[in-house]
Design a protein around this ligand. Sequence first.
Ligand code: C2E
Ligand code: MG
Ligand code: MG
Length: 710
Amino acid sequence: MHGLGIPARGIPAQVDVSNRRQGENALRESVARFRSAFDDAAIGMSLVGIDGSWLQVNRSLCDIVGYTEPELLATSFQAITYPDDLEADLAFVRRVLAGEFSSYHMEKRYLHKLGHIVWVLLTVSLVRDADGLPLYFVSQVQDISRQKRIELELARERDLLQALMDNLPDNIYFKDRESRFLRINKALADLFGLDRPEQAIGKTDFDFFTPEHAVPALHDERQILSTNVPVVGRVEKETWRDRPDRWVLTTKMPMYDTEGHAIGTFGISRDISEMKIAEDALTHQALHDSLTGLPNRTLLRDRLQMALAEADQSNTRLALFFLDLNRFKDINDTFGHHSGDLVLQTLAARLQAEVDVQGTAARLGGDELAVVLPATDERAAIAAAERILSVFNEPLTLEGQVFDIGSSIGIALYPDHGEDPAVLMRRADIAMYAAKRGGDGYVVYSPEMEQSNPTRVALTRELRMAIATNQLVLHYQPQVHLESHCAEHVEALVRWNHPDHGFMAPDTFIPVAEESGLIRPLTAWVLNEALRQVAVWKSEGQDIRVSVNLSTRSLHDPEIVETVRVCLERWSVSAGNLALEITESAIIIDPDRALDIATRLHDLGVRLSIDDFGTGYSSLAYLQRLPIDEVKIDRSFVSDVIANADSAFIVRSVIDLAHNLGIQVVAEGVEDSTVLDSLAAQDCELAQGYYISRPLTADAVLPWLTTRGH
Ligand code: C2E
Ligand code: MG
Ligand code: MG
């Protein structure tokens, strides 16, 4: 009895007997209550001897491990211990017996009678007698298999997600609302210089990037969380603490919990540094003159546009100079192109030094140069022109030869002579010719000079007639598919069958059409004629897709969408049989308008193509925004692809860049088989050029296809 600690001393005899009986009854009841509480307990319970044998087990424990009570009692606790855990368990028991601690609490595996694992939460305490000698263990066992299974499943899902993230080449992260990393993938951990992705948890961008990148990133994430508007496909520069800057294409979006609350952000970014370097090289090449390093015509137009916007804002005036060297042709003819090049380089450097601080000097081509001078007036502009003339008139000694070169400068002023870049450029050009007629010197534009240029006015009048009387003709140049060798695509190229001058090339009259507003009826005529021809070919059994060139102006003209739709309908030609070629400059001049019109054209189902790619800005950012299906690499790069490493590099990177964006590539101006083979080897899809076929008359197209075997 003493084991239960009931006191038994100093009680009178008579009372003693009845009291004892009462006591025994109470005790029996208490034991019975205890016994049934033990047996019926919802958790498993047992008393285990010091030697590991069961002293008492309850029903729940038996249920957990699948034994009946007698069966279990016939074993020891080792029977249900998972074999691999036995050593560790015994070590624990020894430590308890040694008095290191009196109880322990742990998650562990039991072995079910049928052989499977049952996860339990086990509490074991040692009961000692009054002298501190160990008596037996009391254990409580709670079945946690269900929780454990859920936990394991969650862990497996987490591992699966991590494996998925780790196998992607892009950098992926999740951040909490405070922009701390919750999770990153292996690629990003490598960049961060971490051994394991988990090491990023709790860190922020400030741990890895300079504030130049980390601050705007933080701002972005706040913005995303407050507005729920994601950032999709943006080109960003990352400045790292301990590695070179990188360019990335990044997408960031809010992350929601099951109730729809934004709990953080998710981001994915791709390193496009190589592409960006190629693109920058492309842009530089596209915007600069390779001989002198000066900005070219495209960049000049852009700078002029910016300067005009600024002048408009600040209410200042601006001057545009066109310069032409006067005896340059003689130098080229007499001393050779090499000397001519040196002269140009030297003069370009002098010009740049002269205008460097205030303005932009550019080379327009040949011996034509130009200058934009902001914040000036007529007097200051004239003073600048005189300075330039005197610098150019200084004799030039190159390789022992003295050259004497003069120049003529035409000056147009904003807003006096025009408010539009094209108008100002044309007027500076007119003034330059006036200056040239007068010998060395400068001339400021005046409207009378225009009248002395009757050919242009006449051409405009004649062109108007030409459109109305069908003097225009379309020729069609086939494009071949480099893999299948199929040729079902042609580009429509307009010619003017002029009554006096014969066939005129588009370069001679398209600019006139653009300036006079005749481009709209001309484009409508071309579209109508090209689609009529497609319908004719269809009736003759040949399904042909035609590409039509759109002028820069057309892409800013909302009417074009309706014109295209009506023409398609009129000739019952499906939109898939029409491609429209647009140029980069159309996009740069007014991106929002161009994007809107391009999108509406694309929505009609018409294919959109960027013509003369590489000669404009070639910006990845613009290409991304536009619904473009194809780019046509300009023939200046294509024809040079074998001989010139720069061109080869540009062709290679345009193809890569386009393919990365899911855009097809057409190479223009293929003039021989080596170029064609090189393009095919680089996975360029389509090719066009004299080597394949010159532009053909409409009648010649089907016979050409037939002789090719298609
Ligand atoms: P583009 O759209 O780049 O057209 C290709 C030009 O390259 C055509 O000159 C074609 O004859 C020429 N070409 C084709 N293959 C080769 C080759 O292997 N080597 C060489 N050296 N040249 C080749 P084209 O017909 O004189 O057209 C010149 C430009 O006029 C076109 O350039 C296009 O921008 C414009 N254009 C032509 N037709 C139209 C039109 O209907 N509307 C508008 N807005 N512009 C047009
Ligand atoms: Mg074209
Ligand atoms: Mg082209």
